[in-house]
Write a protein that binds this ligand. Structure first.
Ligand code: B12
Length: 211
């Protein structure tokens, strides 16, 4: 199993999407769980892509190829990952905050939440504070889940919470934040209700708060 996961990781890092999809299919046919493929091969592949970008070995085009391969593999795994309870527990609005176009992590959070029995409204990427406010008014969700991958765009999370407060709707929702640069300390600082380090954590936190 380690071999095939290593191959998947390598194909994803190199952005070889056709070969990647073939390998993912092979792993599933061999009985490897979709979550294992995601957690032990695809997500670590993105970390390597990030490291290579930081070190100057990769430039933006290579990072984009890796990301595109990852997104396609994720799309393929979605039906396996989203299998779960059919009883809807509550509604969550998810989005990547203003100025930020990274959506792989946000999409994983969405898939895992759906698998965990939540109805999810996905606002997409580069979501303004005003759009989050509108969504709270329109959708009346139990949770607002924000994702940010860039240190600078983390401030959009703070602005979104401030906008929700100004609009008088802050108390209607529980706010969760996450994404690689986000920390518990930052969540406390901006007044979010919780921080999650991974998609599984997002579902766990929502489940705890539902009770
Ligand atoms: C793929 C990628 C891209 C792709 C994005 C494609 C896409 N559709 O998302 C592309 C190539 C387009 C891209 C563009 C850019 N990128 Co980029 N990118 C990455 C990379 C390599 C991987 C990100 C990723 O998908 N990780 C995998 C996912 C699964 O992890 P995740 O998002 O953290 O999500 C997990 C958890 O954090 C958590 N989670 C996520 N969200 C939430 C939300 C909640 C509520 C909870 C509870 C949990 C949670 O659950 C997820 C699953 O477990 C990172 C490197 C890295 N190490 O992060 C750089 C990185 C984030 N990018 C970076 C940069 C600089 C950029 C650009 C500015 C580059 C440029 N010069 O244009 C642009 C930004 C454009 C913009 N305005 O958004 C920097 C950011 C530096 C910083 N700290 O500020 C990084 C760190 C690379 C680096 N080492 O320098 N990027």
């Amino acid at each position: 199993m380690a071999d095939i996961l290593e191959t998947i990781k390598e194909k994803c890092i190199r952005g070889k999407r056709v070969e990647l999809i073939e390998e993912v299919k092979r792993a599933l046919a061999d009985g490897i769980d979709a979550k294992t493929v995601m957690n032990d091969a695809l997500i670590p592949a993105m970390s390597v892509v990030g490291e290579k970008y930081s070190s100057g070995e990769f430039f933006l085009p290579q990072m984009m190829l890796g990301a595109r391969a990852m997104s396609e593999a994720l799309l393929m795994l979605k039906p396996y990952l989203a299998q779960g309870t059919y009883e809807k527990k509550g509604k969550a609005v998810v989005g990547t905050v203003a100025g930020d176009f990274h959506d792989i992590g946000k999409n994983i959070v969405k898939i895992m939440l759906e698998g965990g029995g939540y109805e999810v409204v996905d606002l997409g990427v580069d979501v303004s504070p005003e759009a989050f406010v509108e969504a709270v008014k329109k959708e009346a969700p139990r949770f607002i889940l924000m994702s940010a991958l860039i240190t600078l765009t983390m401030d959009s999370m703070r602005k979104t919470i401030q906008a929700l407060e100004s609009a008088g709707v802050r108390k209607q929702v529980m706010i969760g934040i996450g994404g690689a640069p986000v920390t518990q300390k930052f969540a406390d600082e901006i007044g979010a209700d919780f921080y999650g380090s991974d998609a599984h954590g997002a579902v766990e936190k929502c489940n705890q708060l539902m009770h």
